[in-house]
Structure formats: C-alpha cells, structure tokens
Design a protein around this ligand. Structure first.
Ligand SMILES: [Zn+2]
Length: 216
C-alpha cells in the first residue's frame, strides 16, 4: 500500500453528493424494512469512476496491482454503503480497487476505523515487506494490529499476490545485475530503482521500502 492524495471532487458530486446520499439512505432504509429490489446508487457513473481511477493511477488502493488492463476496476466504499448508506456518494469514502480486494472486504466493516485508509494515513508507517521462499515471493508484514487487520481483511498476503510481487522484485534485480555487468554508473542504477518506486508504478510501496532499507 502507498499513500494517495485524493484528487479534486468531480463536479457531478459537487452538485449532487448530498442529495444522492439523502435519497440513497432513505431508499436503503425502506429496502431493509420492506424488502424488494436493492436501491440503485449513482457512484458508478463514468466521471466518478474515472476520477478515482486517475487519483489511484489505475492501481488498487490496497494491493497496488494495476487493474485496468484486465478489469474495469471497482469503486470501493471504505465505509460499506450497506452500513453507512449516508456515505455512499461521499467523495472521501470512495477508493479505487481490484475485484479481489473489494470482494474480500465485502460489506463487512467489523473493525470500525481499525483498518488503514491510504488516503488519510501513510501506509509506510504500518507495513514492511519481507522476501520469502528464496526471494521468489514477497509478503507484507504488519507493524501493528490495525495493519494486521488490513492484511487479513483484504487478503494482502494471498499466495498469488505474494508470488507476483516476488516476480516483479526479481525482474528489477535481474535488470540491475545486467546493468552492473555492463559497467553502468551507480547513478543509472539508482535512477532505475527510483523509477520503480514512483507512486504510479505497481507495487511502488514495496520497491520504496526495499530501496530505503538497502534491500535491493
Ligand atoms: Zn487489490
């Protein structure tokens, strides 16, 4: 995970956020009491989804996997809309995520404010990265209970994800070895590692941690 600054609120939410929240809350309460079809919300409109996708550079807010080349991506309600229907269209509550993290999180929010929110907190203060299985896999390590909750709820140490992080790490290692063998300047190597740590790159949190802790 990496810290992401929320971008400007889309005009459509400036104009409609309060009204849509009010209407959705009413409809949701009616649905809970009387049943019927679950109420439709408006947060999935293209201008809103595109704005969340842009601010997260197309990466899942939780696992940092780049989403759009395989899937449209989900708008993720940090506070689930089923329990906090009054925030269903609240800009600060909307994140961008992959289907797996969003699905794992589901409608549960059992630990109110007990998971890390990457738009208001810096995940660097809560997570470290550990190479395992002969460096072929990379796991997240939690530095406190809230970070542990986040890993468990979203499944951030699922096997495929750990293995894919490991693959990306190895790819960088191979590139560095090739550069060193070719006699490249240390500055060129550092520039390359830095480029992997840029916020819009996949798994930049991992690369930044490895770089800052002399693990590359
Ligand atoms: Zn994800």
């Amino acid at each position: 995970m990496i810290k992401v600054k929320k971008g400007p609120k889309p005009q459509i939410l400036i104009d409609n956020e309060k009204e849509w929240n009010r209407k959705f809350s009413q409809a949701w309460k009616k649905y809970k009491n009387e049943g019927g079809d679950s109420p439709k919300a408006n947060y999935n409109k293209p201008s809103i989804k595109n704005a969340t996708k842009k601010e997260f550079a197309g990466k899942c807010a939780f696992c940092e996997t780049y989403v759009p080349h395989t899937y449209y991506g989900d708008i993720e309600h940090f506070r689930p809309k089923s329990k906090y229907c009054r925030y269903a269209h609240t800009w600060s509550n909307l994140l961008f995520s992959c289907r797996i993290c969003n699905g794992n999180k589901g409608n549960d929010f059992p630990m109110q404010d007990q998971i890390i929110k990457p738009t208001t907190e810096n995940p660097e203060n809560f997570f470290e990265y550990e190479k395992v299985l002969n460096e072929s896999s990379v796991r997240l390590t939690a530095l406190d209970q809230r970070a542990r909750n986040t890993i468990d709820l979203m499944g951030l140490n699922r096997e495929d994800l750990c293995d894919y992080r490991g693959k990306q790490y190895k790819k960088l290692q191979r590139a560095i070895t090739e550069l060193r063998n070719a006699g490249a300047d240390q500055q060129i190597i550092e520039d390359m590692i830095n480029s992997y740590s840029k916020q819009d790159e996949e798994y930049s949190g991992m690369f930044k941690f490895f770089y800052e802790n002399d693990m590359i």
